[in-house]
Design a protein around this ligand. Structure first.
Ligand code: ZN
Length: 268
């Protein structure tokens, strides 16, 4: 079964993971810039990370027949230091014309702090200025509802941002509706421990439909599963979803959203 993994942190994964994803039918993987599991000490750390995402990782993926795309930004977990954030944001434009770059992401909020919000606004400005797609990380657990509301307000208040060019990731039962209602796309993250389990994700699809929704593993350096998308597809099949409906969620939907970037071209 062919699928697109629209959100994975492959710099933290092994070549074995790439091989298993290829065997499971992964055609393309998209990697948003995120926290490395530790705070970087300088903008130079981000400069090298952006080079890794745009130069090295596409070559690593290509060895397994997988296309690799990336998103660039400073993540919300390292956005508390506004001066650092300004310096990192200033590095981003020189990478935007690299052939695998899809947009600005994953920006958003982590603890919903004032500084995070300020950095979020700076990066929405960056996306608007360079006409880039936006991928948003929403906070976890008790911070999610409030954080999602704050993020949607920032995006809706900027009239240059077209909602269909924004995906709000890590939605759950209590946030998916407000995202879809304002015309943005919603991403469900399939995590073995926190976030959505496959069963919960399928419940959400059955409740809200599969228009403008995708699923991702968001696999990284923590407890996560790079095969979460095909595993959930199998679960959908067991629950009686038709092959065409499964294909829409795991392939056609991400292709449609990401295809809004001129850099997202799938090979034959
Ligand atoms: Zn992520």
């Amino acid at each position: 079964m062919k699928y697109i993994e629209p959100h994975a942190h492959m710099v933290s994964r092994t070549t074995d993971d790439y091989e298993r994803m290829a065997l499971a039918g992964c055609a393309a993987v998209c990697e948003p810039a995120f926290w490395a599991g530790f705070d970087r000490s300088s903008p130079a750390g981000f400069y090298d990370y952006f080079r890794q995402l745009t130069e090295h990782e596409p070559k690593r993926a290509a060895k397994f027949g997988i296309q690799h795309f990336s998103w660039l930004c400073i993540n919300s977990k390292e956005a508390e230091d506004v001066k650092l954030a300004e310096e990192v944001i200033a590095l981003v434009p020189q990478f935007l014309d690299r052939p695998n770059v899809l947009g600005i992401g994953e920006i958003g909020l982590n603890k919903n702090s004032r500084n995070e919000l300020r950095v979020l606004e700076m990066q929405v400005e960056l996306a608007a200025k360079f006409n880039q797609l936006i991928l948003v990380h929403t906070p976890h657990l008790e911070d999610k509802l409030k954080g999602t509301r704050l993020i949607l307000d920032v995006l809706k208040n900027d009239k240059r941002i077209r909602p269909e060019r924004v995906i709000i990731d890590h939605v759950e039962e209590h946030t998916v509706e407000m995202v879809l209602d304002c015309g943005m796309w919603a991403g469900m993250t399939l995590y073995p421990e926190t976030k959505c389990t496959p069963a919960r994700a399928i419940d959400i699809l059955e409740t809200y439909g599969s228009e403008n929704i995708w699923m991702n593993s968001a696999c990284d350096w923590g407890v996560s599963d790079p095969l979460a998308v095909p595993r959930t597809a199998l679960e959908m099949k067991k629950r009686g979803h038709l092959a065409k409906a499964i294909e829409q969620v795991i392939f056609q939907n991400p292709k449609k959203f990401l295809g809004q970037s001129p850099n997202f071209k799938l090979g034959k």
